[in-house]
Design a protein around this ligand. Structure first.
Ligand SMILES: [Fe+2]
Ligand SMILES: [Fe+2]
Length: 297
């Protein structure tokens, strides 16, 4: 049994972001989030869980160290914090990356298919990340996450559910997203989001990271929707991107007013965590866009 605990703890920063670690984390997230029957060998499973949580913890620590100084500059006054947070749309890492104008105006179908295959790699969708994050949050914040979640669920209508809506596009384009054909930057983004949402000590980080998605998704979604339309993809198949280009503007305003503002008002110490989460999300995104441009241009 002792050998189970002899794992490597000496990866350097670049190893933690590299293919091997990110694939391991992605495969682990894929398995552990699946509903299943009780593990017969649950003590062995615990040992593996400890090893992977250790790796996840070191990955998160490394992401935090990149953004901590900038997050410390964020104001603690609730109103001023919201202004700082909203300014990330214009000035945050990876914002207004030239990749998206190119996707809208110039990418051919194989290039668009490659981009979407990378983007479809996330293990948990926004719905599940929100569900994990809302556990034991104060009532007002929990209600906002519930309203957002209900939209993710198509307000009770299967055809309006966002996850299956994206799956329809993946199917229509014949994409086959797998961990093996996804670049490490994209896996890192999904692994970071899953880690923050599933760990309670990162709950406020998750609130900031999810808020950063709502804040920044509309512009990117509109560009992808325009590219898909230009390439002849039907309105039905590109609905996921058409919808998020509009709906997330509302989601973002509501998230900032009803989730982030009360969180910081109740305890200004959360401002730093929310800011770190948002910056981690945006930096992971920026690294993806840079890698995609290297692959596609
Ligand atoms: Fe959505
Ligand atoms: Fe949304």
């Amino acid at each position: 049994m002792a050998t189970l605990f002899q794992w490597r703890t000496d990866e350097c920063e670049s190893d933690l972001r590299g293919d091997e670690v990110q694939r391991r984390l992605a495969r682990w997230n894929h398995e552990r989030l699946q509903p299943r029957l009780p593990d017969e060998d649950w003590r062995d499973a615990l040992a593996e869980e400890q090893r992977m949580l250790d790796l996840q913890g070191r990955f998160l620590t490394s992401l935090r160290s990149d953004v901590r100084d900038e997050a410390r500059q964020a104001p603690r006054d609730p109103g001023a914090f919201i202004a700082w947070f909203e300014a990330l749309e214009a000035t945050g890492p990876g914002q207004h990356d030239p990749l998206f104008d190119w996707l809208a105006e110039a990418a051919d179908l194989p290039q668009m298919r490659w981009f979407l295959t990378q983007e479809a790699a996330g293990e948990a969708g926004f719905d599940d990340l929100t569900a994990y994050t809302q556990v034991k949050l104060p009532a007002r914040i929990k209600l906002e996450l519930a309203r957002n979640y209900w939209d993710e669920m198509g307000r009770g209508n299967a055809k309006g559910m966002h996850g299956p809506m994206l799956a329809r596009l993946v199917e229509a384009l014949g994409l086959e997203p797998t961990i093996e054909n996804t670049v490490s930057e994209s896996l890192a983004l999904a692994n970071a989001m899953t880690a923050m949402a599933t760990r309670r000590d990162y709950a406020w980080h998750a609130l900031g990271a999810l808020g950063a998605i709502e804040l920044t998704a509309p512009r990117r979604s509109a560009a992808v929707a325009a590219g898909l339309k230009r390439l002849g993809v039907s309105a039905k198949d590109r609905l996921y991107f058409d919808l998020h280009a509009v709906l997330d503007v509302k989601h973002s305003a509501a998230w900032n007013a009803e989730a982030i503002l009360p969180a910081v008002t109740e305890d200004p110490a959360r401002a730093q965590a929310i800011a770190e989460g948002a910056l981690i999300r945006l930096q992971c995104g920026a690294r993806c866009f840079e890698r995609y441009r290297r692959e596609l241009w």
